[in-house]
Design a protein around this ligand. Structure first.
Ligand code: ATP
Ligand code: MG
Length: 330
């Protein structure tokens, strides 16, 4: 599907989030820009620590404080810059117009309240529902995420639910404000493969029915292939490549994307050892100049260690930040 002819629903420009620690400060999100179009799923991939979660949290100003602070950029949604809104107005967006499924499943549900209580609270807050209507809507939401006996499900505690059911309950809470955007940060990492597949199918169905846009964070390229229309690849706090999913798999242009794809297990070559990208990503507090991938890059040139490469459009909806691309056009 080509979404690029429509207006983006969310427009993120130059987002910068800084970590504040005893060791000083360092940018963990170094000027991230992307668009999210109506009805699309945009994947956000990259190694652990590249800043995916911090980017997602920053969009709604839910980044951990005082451990981090947003120091620049814009998050444009419905003609508002969410980074500039008074805190009180943010409540109209968080969990309501923009739903979130967070990476940490322990934080998503409160073990001492029933699933019903947690769903009621969210529906009261986001939709102002009460009484019979509240109960009916909550039951309907659990039904939509395929919780068997939804009426009974309301009085269950999280520990009564299996992992897959808990994740679907979290999904129901995330959908309770009828959001137009869902931010899903590794929503299936804790689930076994079958339960994961069922949850992803459910998410896709809800997306189709509601015309939802999804920002989908994952490590897993099988999940990317299944879920995402486009993918943004993040390395050390920057998006280094963005492409339609099929193009990213067939013609990756950034050496980091190439390496990431090489490290995906290949079902046809089971006996081959899994490729691991040599070296380590830089620390957030490192002062190194140039492209952050240069020390691990098989193609690195002198210039790569000096300056951060600009972003270049290399095809429809395909952008890359790499000096090799610039050399081609010099
Ligand atoms: N609460 C926090 N306090 C201090 N540092 C943090 C905190 N949360 C994240 N960081 C740091 O910010 C950087 C980006 O982390 P982030 O969680 O965004 O990575 P990620 O790409 O989501 O990784 P993963 O794939 O492991 O979830 C890392 O260096 C991480 O150590
Ligand atoms: Mg994360």
């Amino acid at each position: 599907m080509d979404f690029s002819n429509s207006q983006p629903l969310l427009r993120v420009r130059g987002l910068k989030t800084q970590l504040n620690s005893k060791r000083g400060t360092g940018l963990a999100v170094k000027g991230v820009s992307f668009d999210l179009y109506p009805g699309e799923t945009l994947g956000l991939v990259g190694e652990s620590g590249s800043g995916k979660s911090l980017t997602c949290l920053s969009l709604l100003r839910l980044n951990p404080k005082p451990a981090s602070s947003i120091v620049g950029g814009q998050v444009m949604f419905e003609s508002e810059d969410l980074l500039n809104l008074p805190e009180a107005q943010m409540r109209a967006y968080r969990g309501k117009k923009i739903g979130m499924i967070l990476q940490d499943p322990m934080r998503a549900l409160n073990p001492v309240f029933t699933i019903g209580n947690q769903l009621f609270e969210s529906l009261r807050l986001h939709r102002g529902l009460q009484g019979a209507e509240l109960r009916e809507t909550a039951t309907h939401l659990l039904e939509r995420v395929q919780i068997p006996n939804p009426e009974q499900g309301l009085s269950a505690y999280p520990h009564h639910f299996s992992g897959g059911m808990r994740q679907r309950a979290v999904g129901a809470i995330a959908m309770s404000g009828s959001p137009s955007i869902l931010i899903a940060d590794e929503p299936t990492t804790a689930l076994d493969v079958t339960v994961q597949a069922a949850f992803l199918d459910l998410l896709k169905r809800i997306q189709r029915e509601e015309g939802l846009s999804i920002l989908f964070v994952t490590h897993d390229f099988a999940v990317v292939a299944r879920m995402c229309d486009r993918v943004a690849v993040m390395y050390a706090g920057r998006i280094v490549e963005t492409a339609p999913t099929a193009v990213l798999f067939d013609q990756p242009r950034h050496p980091y994307t190439e390496s990431l794809l090489k490290s995906v297990p290949d079902v046809d070559h089971k006996d081959e050892r899994l490729y691991a990208i040599p070296g380590q990503p830089p620390s957030v507090f490192s002062e190194a100049k140039g492209c952050a991938f240069a020390p691990r890059c098989p193609y690195a040139m002198a210039r790569c260690r000096e300056e951060v490469p600009p972003q270049r459009t290399v095809g429809p909806a395909h952008t890359v930040s790499c000096w090799r691309e610039e050399a081609k056009h010099a």
